[in-house]
Design a protein around this ligand. Structure first.
Ligand code: SF4
Length: 339
C-alpha cells in the first residue's frame, strides 16, 4: 500500500514525536559492522528517526540546585523506557497497517556487544548465528542515524544538535522496507566551538584540544575527544562539588575507575535509581545545559523562550567532607526514597 514520508511524519507527530526524519540506508555505508543497522533488517529501504524533546523545564530544578527528580525520571529512564516505546510502537503498527514491515529500535541495550564502558566490541557476549554476520545485538548509533536523517549536526560535545531543540532531544529509530523518500542532510551550522560544553562539564570528560572524527554519508564529522569513563561517573553525580546528596564518606578514588562509578558510587551518591537508570544527577551540566543556554542566547535555534535559561551564576558546593554544615547520616548505604 502507498506510504509516503509525509504520511509517516504526520503519523509520528500525531502519536507524540517532536521530530521525524528519514534516511536512506546507503547513508550507513562504512558503518562498523557491529553498529550497521543494515544487518538488523537487510531488506530495509529507509531508517525513520524520531526525536523527543527534553522540555527545558526538566533542567530547571538542577540548574537552581533544588529539585533533581524531573530530569532523572522524565528526561532519562521515563523517556527511554515508557514514553518513547509507546510512540515507537504506535508508528510501527501504523506502518505495518500499510503492509510494510517496521522494526523498532528503542533506546535501550540489554544485549549490546559494544560496551559503554570501553566503547569497544566485546565478542565474548554472543556468537554470530551465520558466518559473516555481526554478533547480536547490533548496536545502532542514534546520533549517526539522526545525522543521516537530516535532523541536525554533531556538536563539539558529541551531543547531537537539532536546529529547533538544540541538544535537548533523545532519539529512537525504525527500519522499514517501505521505499520512503529520504530527507536531505542538514546543511546549517549550529555549533560555534564555544567550548562551554567542555569547560562546564563537571567530569572534565570533553577534551578542549583533542578531537575525534568519522565520515558518514560522505561528510566528515568531528567532535572533542570524549572520556566515556569520566562522563559516566559525572553523569550520575560522581563529582562531589556538583552533587548535593553526596555522603560525607564519599571517596572519588574508590569509584573513578568504575563505569558509572559502579556499586561504590551507588553507596554514596545519595539518590536511588530511577526507571532502572542511574540517577542523572549532573543534569548534563556542560553538554546540554551550558550548550542550550549558549545556543538560545545566540538565537541559533528556531525555537525561542521569553526568558533566558541561565539567570544566576552556576552553583558549586564545597566537597561534602569539608562542609561543616553538612550533617549527613554516617555509614554505608544509599538513602533510597521513602516511597
Ligand atoms: S557548548 Fe558550544 S562548543 Fe559545545 S556543542 Fe554547544 S555550541 Fe558546540
Amino acid at each position: 500500500m502507498d506510504l509516503t514520508s509525509q504520511m509517516v511524519k504526520n503519523a509520528a507527530k500525531e502519536l507524540g514525536a517532536d521530530l521525524c526524519g528519514v534516511a536512506s540506508m546507503d547513508r550507513f555505508e562504512g558503518a562498523p559492522k557491529q553498529q550497521d543497522p543494515r544487518y538488523i533488517f537487510p531488506d530495509a529501504e529507509a531508517c525513520i528517526v524520531l526525536g523527543f524533546r527534553l522540555p527545558r523545564g526538566l533542567f530547571r530544578g538542577i540548574e537552581e540546585g533544588t529539585y533533581f527528580a524531573a530530569y532523572a525520571s522524565m528526561g532519562y529512564g521515563g523517556l527511554n523506557l515508557i514514553y518513547m516505546p509507546i510512540v515507537l510502537r504506535g508508528l510501527v503498527c501504523c506502518i505495518e497497517d500499510h503492509e510494510w514491515e517496521a522494526v523498532p529500535i528503542p533506546n535501550n541495550y540489554p544485549g549490546a556487544t559494544i560496551s559503554f564502558a570501553t566503547q569497544r566490541h566485546h565478542p565474548e557476549r554472543s556468537r554470530p548465528v551465520r558466518e559473516g554476520l555481526p554478533r547480536p545485538d547490533v548496536m545502532m548509533d542514534y546520533r549517526i542515524a539522526a545525522f543521516c536523517a537530516g535532523l541536525g549536526e554533531f556538536g563539539y560535545s558529541k551531543v547531537f544538535l537539532n536546529p529547533e531543540f538544540g541538544p535537548c532531544v533523545r532519539y529512537v529509530a525504525i527500519l522499514t522496507d517501505a521505499p520512503l523518500e529520504p530527507d536531505p542532510l542538514f546543511e546549517g551550522k549550529l555549533c560555534d566551538r564555544c567550548m562551554q560544553c567542555a569547560r562546564e562539564c563537571s567530569g572534565q570528560a570533553i577534551s578542549e584540544t583533542e578531537t575525534e572524527s568519522i565520515t558518514v554519508a560522505g561528510r566528515r564529522i568531528e567532535w572533542g575527544k570524549l572520556d566515556t569513563q569520566k562522563c559516566s561517573v559525572a553523569y550520575r553525580g560522581g563529582t562531589p562539588e556538583y552533587n548535593p546528596f553526596m555522603r560525607k564518606s564519599a571517596d572519588p578514588a574508590a569509584y573513578e575507575d568504575l563505569y558509572c562509578g559502579g556499586g561504590e558510587l551507588q553507596k554514596v551518591c545519595g539518590y536511588s535509581t530511577v526507571h532502572h537508570h542511574n540517577p542523572a544527577l549532573e543534569g548534563a551540566r556542560g553538554c546540554v545545559r551550558a550548550c542550550m543556554d549558549h545556543l538560545h542566547k545566540r538565537k541559533a535555534l528556531s525555537r525561542s523562550f521569553v526568558n533566558p535559561f541561565r539567570k544566576r551564576p552556576p552553583w558549586k558546593l564545597a566537597p561534602p567532607a569539608l562542609d561543616p554544615d553538612w550533617d549527613d547520616q554516617p555509614g554505608p548505604g544509599i538513602p533510597v526514597n521513602d516511597a
